[in-house]
Design a binder for this molecule. Structure first.
Ligand code: SF4
Length: 372
């Protein structure tokens, strides 16, 4: 389990060594074909800021070589906003008095129809953490419904036990995303005071259980701004490096959620500005040219337009972050605010204008059988 590796590193020491990286460390990292964890730290350090243009060029070239000029399109589908956890940064937190909703089968079909109408073949199912209402029984009922309509299913749900992940795999789930939020154990406790999510280690070991279940793709990430974004990104890289070694049959994706305003708002502890986010995205690409790098509609139009050529491989569009948001209950409360409200068609147009091809489907079950 990753916990053993994690325990060998101290947050404070990693932070100090990251901020001590020099221009020479960055130049050495840029010269290499294969970059180490220490190189990644150099590339996300303040010392790399003057090299951003060079990093962007390399990241563009690496991404084009590995993925061609394509951007995958996907949409989140929120199944429920029920949640038994208190998370200080989330609109669905148990202590927020908001109307709660879990989609019925009929409502799910309405939402699916709306997404299909937009052209989507890849869907990301999202729920809060409420075992009774949206646990395995609910997934057993809903996944076969979803499976009939989409070529690729990803899920962002509460951490589960290993047999549950095996069952999700059998039910046709292709990818599971579980963000650690922060790898700073003490601060993690402050932001997750109540509910099952307060168990730091259970969450930290979830990707091990996902990999062990043979899920094709594992998504990682930290909530940027909850703690020092650079140190959290370094620990995410450690986590990825470990998982790639042990679960080499799985693919990996990284997302870059930045703290957004929400009901009962939380101020970010460390703000990551646009330039730094570009630096981080390029650093990920230079660290690992096989990674899927995913960008959500949390970011604004201008930022998303400009990032297309710099390393991103998948992007959501026209997203709703509330259950029923596409067709059933468009006015209900969102998990986080969307900053880019353009339709999938508009985003596809922007992608084409950048000289890239928007990809609605790049997956079939047959690929999974041949790749495993
Ligand atoms: S982040 Fe997830 S677990 Fe935490 S309150 Fe929001 S929905 Fe619940």
């Amino acid at each position: 389990m990753f916990t053993e590796t994690f325990k060998k590193y101290s947050w404070e020491q990693e932070q100090v060594s990251l901020y001590a990286k020099t221009a020479t460390d960055v130049q050495n990292a840029l010269r290499k074909n294969k970059r180490s964890y220490e190189d990644f730290k150099a590339l996300i350090s303040p010392a790399a800021s003057p090299f951003l243009e060079h990093m962007a060029l390399l990241s563009h070239q690496e991404t084009k070589k590995r993925f061609g000029k394509t951007i995958q399109l996907y949409a989140p589908l929120y199944l429920s906003n029920e949640c038994q956890n208190i998370c200080t940064y989330c609109g669905f937190s148990l202590d927020n008095k908001i109307p709660r909703k879990t989609l019925t089968t009929v409502e799910l079909l309405q939402e699916i129809a709306a997404l299909k109408e937009m052209g989507y073949q890849h869907v990301l199912l999202v729920t809060g953490e409420a075992q009774q209402l949206v646990g395995m029984d609910y997934f057993r009922k809903m996944l076969p419904v979803v499976k009939k309509h989409f070529a690729h299913i990803a899920m962002e749900v509460q951490p589960l036990d290993a047999p549950n992940y095996q069952e999700l795999h059998a039910l046709g789930v292709n990818a599971i995303l579980v963000y650690q939020e922060t790898y700073h154990e003490e601060d993690y406790k402050l932001h997750h005071p109540k509910g099952k999510k307060s168990n730091f280690v259970y969450r930290l070991e979830a990707p091990d259980r996902i990999g062990g279940a043979g899920i094709h793709k594992i998504g990682l990430g930290a909530l940027l701004g909850l703690d020092d974004w650079r140190t959290d990104s370094a620990f995410t890289a450690l986590h990825l490096q470990y998982l790639e070694k042990y679960y080499w049959r799985s693919k990996f994706s990284i997302s870059f959620p930045r703290l957004r305003p929400h009901v009962g708002g939380l101020e970010p502890k460390s703000v990551i500005n646009d330039r730094e986010l570009v630096q981080l995205i390029c650093a990920w690409r230079l660290f690992n040219n096989d990674l899927e790098l995913s960008m959500s509609t949390r970011e604004c139009e201008t930022f998303r337009n400009n990032i297309i050529k710099l390393g991103i491989t998948s992007i959501s569009a026209g997203s709703k972050t509330n259950p029923g948001g596409y067709a059933v209950a468009p006015q209900s409360l969102e998990q986080f605010e969307i900053d880019d409200n353009r339709s999938p068609e508009e985003i596809a147009h922007v992608i084409r204008n950048a000289g890239y091809e928007p990809v609605w489907k790049d997956w079939d079950l047959v690929l999974q059988h041949t790749s495993l």
